[in-house]
Design a protein around this ligand. Structure first.
Ligand code: 5GP
Ligand code: ZN
Length: 116
């Protein structure tokens, strides 16, 4: 357990149940509990990094693995062909609500234009 107060650390540790779709030595991915589209997956590093502002140069390999996992999961979920959106919310204005870095993979329908 990285941070005993972090909900995503508890999910990674299996202390809170989740619908897991992918796991490797670095990453864990599971279905968002409040999906905004037919496919809504959260891809998270197992290391507790609060957000992009705390992302350090030594974490750079994690960023590459996040994109590779997104590509694999999108294919597994059947959305690679039609496309999808990858989102990282950061801080108050970015409406980040869980302070454990995560990549939203959203797809399965044609998404709204607005990002703001
Ligand atoms: P954020 O707003 O920080 O970018 O995204 C956090 C996401 O985590 C939200 O989309 C929210 O629905 C999801 N979430 C929060 N708590 C849980 C949980 O306990 N289980 C799952 N599967 N998703 C969660
Ligand atoms: Zn955490």
């Amino acid at each position: 357990m990285n941070d005993p107060d972090c909900i995503f650390c508890k999910i990674i540790a299996g202390e809170i149940p989740s619908s897991k779709v992918y796991e490797d030595e670095t990453l864990f991915a599971f279905k968002d509990i409040q999906p905004v589209a037919p496919v809504h997956i959260l891809i998270v590093p197992k290391k507790h990094i609060p957000g992009v502002n705390e992302f350090s140069p030594e974490d750079e390999p994690i960023a590459g693995k996040l994109f590779s996992a997104a590509r694999k999961i999108a294919a597994d979920q059947g959305v690679a062909g039609d496309g999808y959106r990858l989102v990282v919310n950061t801080g108050k204005h970015g409406r980040q609500s869980v302070d454990h870095l995560h990549l939203h993979l959203i797809g399965g329908k044609r998404l709204e234009v607005s990002l703001g």
